[in-house]
Write a new protein. Structure first.
Length: 147
């Protein structure tokens, strides 16, 4: 039986899988029951708790602009808990249709058990994310209606 992936290896598989568009593989990095939150999401999206919810989350939206990206500036901090890492990184790339460059910084706090993510707090720059996906106006409109 193969040794489960370490938290570091799982994180690298996740960010490189996103960068390379390996959407079908990403849900398998998570446990059947997980807890993934985006605390800086201005729309306050619900936690993702199952692989099926993650499969839907990782399904590409053909209506959005295509993005070329790579994971860069990766720093992984190990903690005193062997299941937990804090990973700083950014996706760097271009919007395929316009060639516009972007850098999207992020920090993940991952708990990995037996090679699967059982919890993750994903901190992203949602304004930049919305801008490069052509959704900034929609985000501003949605946020202005949050009470």
């Amino acid at each position: 039986m193969a040794q489960p992936l370490s938290p570091r290896e799982v994180f690298l598989a996740l960010v490189n899988g996103v960068a390379e568009g390996r959407w079908d593989e990403l849900p398998d990095l998570y446990a059947d029951r997980t807890h993934v939150v985006h605390p800086f999401d201005p729309l306050r999206g619900a936690a993702l708790r199952t692989r099926d919810e993650l499969r839907e989350h990782f399904t590409p939206d053909d209506a959005r602009p295509r993005l070329h990206r790579r994971a860069a500036n990766i720093t992984i901090h190990e903690t005193t808990d062997p299941e937990v890492i804090v990973a700083e990184f950014e996706y760097q790339g271009t919007v395929a249709d316009t060639g516009e460059p972007y850098a999207l910084p992020g920090i993940f706090v991952l708990r990995v058990r037996n090679g699967e993510i059982i919890s993750s707090r994903d901190y992203f720059d949602h304004v930049t994310g919305a801008r490069v996906r052509g959704q900034l106006d929609a985000l501003v409109a949605a946020v202005s209606h949050i009470g």
